[in-house]
Write a protein that binds this ligand. Structure first.
Ligand SMILES: NC(=O)c1ccc[n+]([C@@H]2O[C@H](COP(=O)([O-])OP(=O)(O)OC[C@H]3O[C@@H](n4cnc5c(N)ncnc54)[C@H](O)[C@@H]3O)[C@@H](O)[C@H]2O)c1
Ligand SMILES: [Zn+2]
Length: 376
């Protein structure tokens, strides 16, 4: 087992990563102490594969259990589904000694975290992330949210779990698309924040592609460690340090929005956005900006090679699209979308750009002409 402490001001906790740990969920929950009831929230797909195993493990420890199954998919991050969970908690007699347990991907994690944060002003919350994206990204950092019809993650709270248990073996049942989407975030961690880790990925491509669980255990733990460190330095996104997690996201988000949310898997957007950001850095270097002196064609080729070998796209062409397909994907519209991204200061084109392997910087107010040049 690999244990990663997440050191926060008030709510420190531990992320445990271990193969086959799903079988011992009950032990982990019982060890929290003073647990009156477990409120297990999951989605229909995850429930059909792992629901029984997890329920048995909980009941076998003598804990009272309620299971709530929501439809799989982004639509469940809604006020209606949140409301039904609050009602269900009340009916089940949930109290301050109850623990909400999220078993599923980022949707179940964000939704149940938000419901746990708000029910009776906050009851304990435990995460068992089952998608690769949730294991390496969304289960770390304490962001919880639901969507509004006109905006993703518009209502939510920073709410840290009391513990996280990750079983890399569950990734064997994940669809190819969702697996690769998680890999997009993983490459991001290596390319922008950890050069040794990038090298580790390059030397383990074959094992990653066959979902070797001991390699995945190491990868998931490393990503959690990187993100936990950054979150500890900037828990509530105040200092800007947390923005360093967003390499590839400025244009990645713009592409997701242009194609209509849910069309382009998030990790694919991150992959394409990362290559574009690398090209932007190389362009700035060629124009004499010394901060990017180490970013050249060879550097970009190395990132492209890893991205491709892990089955991810490096451009819209790779997913059978082109910028000229529609007005939405035109470089001009992508610029507009990137400028109005809620994560950027409105009206400014801000990027996380690489300065060498495993190191990136926040660059404010990039010249739109330079961005257009890499998009064309
Ligand atoms: N809180 C954060 O910091 C944060 C960070 C990134 C993303 N997110 C959010 O995460 C969500 C996306 O997460 P996601 O990609 O995990 O989506 P998801 O939760 O919809 O899971 C993807 C699909 O995989 C299925 N699934 C999950 N685990 C499985 C398994 N082991 N075997 C088989 N099928 C499995 C799910 O049923 C679903 O159909 C978005 O809503 C996004 O906003 C949050
Ligand atoms: Zn992301």
């Amino acid at each position: 087992m690999i244990s990663i402490p997440v050191e926060l001001q008030d709510d420190s906790y531990v992320i445990d990563v271990e193969q086959n740990s799903l079988e011992r969920v009950g032990i982990s929950l019982a060890s929290l102490g003073n647990v009156s009831r477990v409120l297990l929230v999951t989605d229909d797909i995850v429930d059909s594969i792992y629901g029984n195993l997890v329920s048995e493990s909980i009941v076998n420890r003598g804990l009272d259990l309620d299971v709530m199954v929501v439809p799989s998919g982004e639509e469940s991050k809604s006020i209606d589904v949140a409301y039904s969970l609050w009602e269900h908690f009340l009916e089940a007699g949930a109290d301050r000694r109850s623990v909400v347990v999220a078993l599923g991907g980022g949707v179940v994690g964000d939704l149940s975290g938000f419901v746990a944060a708000t029910y009776q002003r906050g009851i304990r919350f435990f995460q068992i992330p089952t998608s690769l994206l949730a294991q390496v990204d969304s289960s770390v950092g304490g962001k919880t949210a639901i969507n509004l019809p006109r905006g993703k993650n518009m209502v939510g709270a920073f709410y840290q779990p009391c513990g996280v248990l990750i079983d890399p073996n569950v990734l064997s049942s994940l669809s190819v698309e969702h697996y690769q989407s998680g890999l997009g975030e993983i490459i991001k961690y290596g390319a922008s924040l950890d050069d040794d880790f990038f090298l580790f990925l390059e030397t383990n491509i074959g094992k990653i592609n066959v979902r070797d669980s001991s390699v995945l255990e190491k990868i998931v733990a490393r990503c959690c460690r990187i993100k936990a460190q950054i979150v500890a330095e900037d828990e509530k996104e105040v200092t800007g340090r947390r923005a360093m997690l967003n390499y590839g996201h400025t244009l990645g988000h713009a592409l997701e929005a242009a194609l209509g949310y849910g069309t382009l898997p998030h990790g694919y957007g991150v992959s394409i956005g990362s290559i574009l950001a690398a090209r932007l850095a190389a362009r700035l270097a060629a124009k004499g900006d010394d901060r990017f002196i180490e970013i050249n064609d060879a550097w970009i080729e190395r990132q492209i090679d890893l991205t491709r070998k892990l089955g991810l796209p490096i451009s819209l062409n790779d997913i059978g699209r082109s910028y000229s397909d529609s007005p939405e994907t035109s470089p001009k519209n992508l610029l507009t979308l990137a400028t109005s991204d809620k994560k950027s200061e409105f009206g400014l084109l801000n990027f996380i750009l690489p300065v060498r392997l495993g190191k990136c910087i926040y660059v404010k107010n990039v010249d739109p002409e330079d961005v257009l040049a890499v998009l064309n």
